[in-house]
Design a protein around this ligand. Structure first.
Ligand code: DGL
Length: 279
């Protein structure tokens, strides 16, 4: 590859997707850790939530999004959704020829390192919990750990409605988390990319002795390593005139922009609606 070809390849964006706004918690971390990288984000706001859907459906949605992202000439893809990582990542890895990473493995690694008493809780969608994927990855790292999963299906709609700090969210969180308090976990994985947005509510209920793990930090760190290893890491800011960050959704662009601006301090002015069923 010539130097010019290689430089333009480095300038290509990273594709990031989720069922809605949750993946922006991962985008925020990517922007912080690897600020020269361009990003194309897709939030499947028309079809959220993924967590109550079947593996076949989530895999079909994920394939459509990947096809869309490839039309945007992305150089790597981050599946910033635990549900899609649990259900579709293996298939996507086989089908596409650019690097793709999910959020589950990085989160499992941090939690396995963090636990002292060998009791890790995972809160996530019903799909992620049902897949057992966190237990599998954690036990590959530390075989003698207990992993206790709790599906919290109402958290995603509460977050998508913007009820991040609200008595309704406190009440629901109390109901979901009380059984995890009773069994003395010392580490809790926020196993859905929407949940960091209600981190303070979860932290208040669980108490200071429980370490909350947000897989986003480790995902961005692993993404950086992967880009470096593949010769795709951009060491300089993108060329002038290029669109650094672009946002796409399948519905409700205005509401998305409103929430996105409270998650990312970058100043998102526009989000385009894509008919994702066309892909
Ligand atoms: N944010 C997603 C996750 O990490 C999906 C939530 C949903 O759509 O149910 O699992």
């Amino acid at each position: 590859m010539s130097r010019i070809e290689n430089e333009s390849k480095l300038d290509m964006p990273i594709g990031v997707f989720d069922s809605g706004v949750g993946g922006l918690t991962v985008v925020r971390e990517i922007m912080r850790q690897i600020p020269n990288e361009r990003i194309v984000y897709f939030g499947d706001t028309a079809r959220v939530p993924y967590g109550s859907k079947s593996k076949e459906t989530v895999t079909r949605y994920s394939r459509q999004i990947v096809r869309f992202l490839q039309t945007m000439h992305v150089k790597a893809i981050v599946v910033a959704c635990n549900t899609a990582s649990a259900y579709a990542l293996d298939e996507l890895e086989k089908e596409i020829d650019i690097p793709v990473i999910g959020v589950v493995k990085p989160g499992a690694k941090v939690a396995a390192d963090a636990t002292r008493n060998g009791r890790i809780g995972v809160i996530a969608t019903a799909a992620t919990i049902g897949s057992g994927v966190y237990t599998t990855y954690i036990r590959q790292i530390k075989s003698d750990v207990d992993v206790i999963g709790k599906a919290c299906p109402l958290f995603v709609p509460l977050v998508e409605e913007g009820l991040w700090q609200d008595p309704v969210t406190d009440e629901i969180a109390m109901r979901y988390l009380s059984e995890l308090i009773d069994i003395d976990i010392d580490t809790l994985i926020l196993g859905c990319t929407h949940y960091p947005l209600i981190r303070s509510t979860v932290g208040k209920i669980m108490g200071d002795h429980v370490t909350l793990v947000n897989p986003a930090y480790e995902t961005a760190r692993e993404l950086k390593e992967l880009l470096m290893e593949k010769g795709l890491f951009n060491p300089v800011p993108p060329s002038l005139g290029t669109n650094k960050y672009q946002f796409f959704v399948s519905d409700g662009a205005q509401q998305f922009i409103h929430f996105a601006n409270s998650i990312i301090k970058y100043g998102i002015l526009s989000a385009k609606v894509v008919n994702i069923e066309d892909y």
